[in-house]
Design a protein around this ligand. Structure first.
Ligand code: GDD
Ligand code: GTP
Length: 430
């Protein structure tokens, strides 16, 4: 049988998702009308042989409780549990720590999904490749426009004919390949746990080089050093990407499924807007989900999602790629496109919202404009250069912000509870 693990990280991660992650953990943020993690889960539930799914992270126990309850109703044939790491153990450390739970019932293999990616999750195709090749591991890959752009991700060098992974380097310093790691894997249980065990063993046997902590892995390095101090039997941070995958490439039956479907990372708060667009487009193209979206009309340019409890004036024009959350109210003559409108937001008459996220209970005044700047659909970044300064291309209002009547807000990130009474551009409003 097959199981699946969704890696969610914890409260110290997702800092680039601020200010939205101040109010909700990133995996639970709504994109295209559903929490980010639900898009992963719903893909997993389409693989008939998966009966058990684990969410692994170091958020508090209570964080996923409601989500798990709701999912049990929606997917009654799946057992979904949250497994909490007592501290950040790294992407492989978490799997290893909970190996007994994963191995129970002797599954032959299991999927691992990074919660913070948006894609079509072609898990069925990964399974087929796994079986065809009698693989020990399959990784989902996607091709970027250049090897240069790929250096922000894990890079894969593969044999075009056999699809074998020859070489894997996490965020290489110089370009090696334009094929990148999508953060979705299928591992044979027989191969992955021994690989992690030998990585741990190698660590404790040879003196460790603790790299200088960058702001991103400060916490993991801290724990790694602490574990060193406390003796050898303590868990360390073990990462799939740095500690396991390159070894697999050297010696194992490791293959890559290259997807030609959409794929994006959800890192910055602004990246929720392209993810929203891609998931809405997918729902629109799928017969079974199309009905969940708003019907096209003179004022609805699909795809648009409107929560049943939201109220949208019939003279407001919405779309494409707009999600409107519970109890939001959109006034007459308003224009919204490429945007996420969260719960209890009010957009008053004739306001214009483009390339933006409106946070919970925010208010946009009459004739106001809240707008970001479009980035090319092929771009994997949501920042742009304005007057020589890097700014977010998506305008974000955090929770309970208020934009006055006729005020224009352009390429700004606005922290919670701010009131904007005059025009602002290219600023972080604190
Ligand atoms: N449970 C748990 N414990 N989860 C973790 C931990 C941990 O200690 N650390 C990270 N995660 C989760 C994150 O929440 C995320 O879902 C995933 O693991 C990977 O996060 P990062 O370690 O921050 O890596 P990254 O996102 O910069 O890069 C990874 O994903 C890219 C694709 O989006 C790598 O796998 C890259 O190679 C890949 O290209
Ligand atoms: P199309 O007819 O499909 O091109 O839509 P549109 O005319 O609404 O324009 P588009 O989708 O390209 O982008 C929205 C544009 O609407 C903005 O660039 C504004 O110029 C304009 N706009 C600004 N404020 C308002 C407003 O209050 N109501 C409406 N309806 N439009 C506005």
């Amino acid at each position: 049988s097959t199981k699946a693990v969704i890696l969610v990280g914890g409260p110290s991660r997702g800092t680039r998702f601020r200010p939205l992650s101040l109010d909700v953990p990133k995996p639970l943020f709504d994109v295209a009308g559903h929490p980010i993690i639900e898009h992963c889960l719903s893909a997993i539930t389409k693989v008939p042989e998966i009966k058990e799914v684990f969410i692994v992270g170091y958020y508090d126990e209570s964080v996923f409780r409601d989500f798990i309850k709701d999912s049990a109703k929606e997917f009654p044939h799946i057992s979904l549990k949250y497994l909490r790491e007592y501290q950040a153990l790294g992407t492989a450390g978490g799997l290893y720590h909970f190996r007994d739970a994963i191995l129970k019932g002797n599954p032959d293999r299991f999927f691992v999904l990074n919660a913070d990616v948006c894609c079509s999750f072609p898990l069925g195709e990964m399974l087929r490749l796994f079986e065809d090749k009698d693989a020990e591991a399959v990784i989902l890959g996607t091709r970027l426009s250049s090897a240069e752009a790929a250096t922000n991700f894990g890079c894969i060098v593969s044999d075009a004919h056999t699809k074998r992974v020859l070489h894997y380097v996490e965020k290489p310093e110089s370009p090696i390949s334009s094929l990148i790691n999508c953060g979705v894997y299928l591992f044979s249980t027989e191969c992955i746990f021994p690989s992690i065990r030998s990585a741990i063993k190698r660590r404790t046997e040879r003196p460790r080089l603790v790299s200088y902590p960058s702001s991103e892995n400060l916490e993991s390095s801290f724990y790694a050093e602490q574990a060193d101090d406390d003796g050898e039997d303590k868990q360390e941070v073990i990462r799939l990407e740095q500690d396991i995958l390159s070894d697999l490439a050297d010696s194992r039956q490791f293959f890559v499924l290259e997807t030609r479907d959409f794929w994006r990372q959800i890192k910055t708060a602004g990246s929720a807007v392209p993810a929203n667009a891609l998931y809405l487009q997918k729902a629109w193209q799928t017969e079974s989900t199309r009905g969940d979206l708003a019907q096209p009309s003179a004022n609805i340019i699909p795809p648009v999602y409107i929560h049943p409890s939201a109220h949208v004036d019939s003279s407001a024009k919405l779309g494409p790629n707009v999600s409107v959350g519970p109890r939001a109210r959109i006034g007459a003559g308003a224009r919204i496109k490429e945007a996420i409108v969260l719960e209890d937001v009010e957009v008053r008459h004739d306001a214009c919202v483009l390339y933006a996220i409106l946070g919970w209970s925010s208010k946009v005044g009459a004739w106001a404009r809240v707008e970001g700047t479009p980035t090319p659909m092929t771009s994997h970044s949501t920042s742009i250069i304005k007057n020589g300064v890097k700014v977010q291309s998506i305008t974000i209002l955090a929770k309970e912000c208020a934009v006055g009547d006729e005020v224009r807000v352009q390429n700004c990130v606005c922290l919670p509870y701010k009131e904007l009474k005059r025009d602002v551009a290219n600023e972080v409003i604190m």
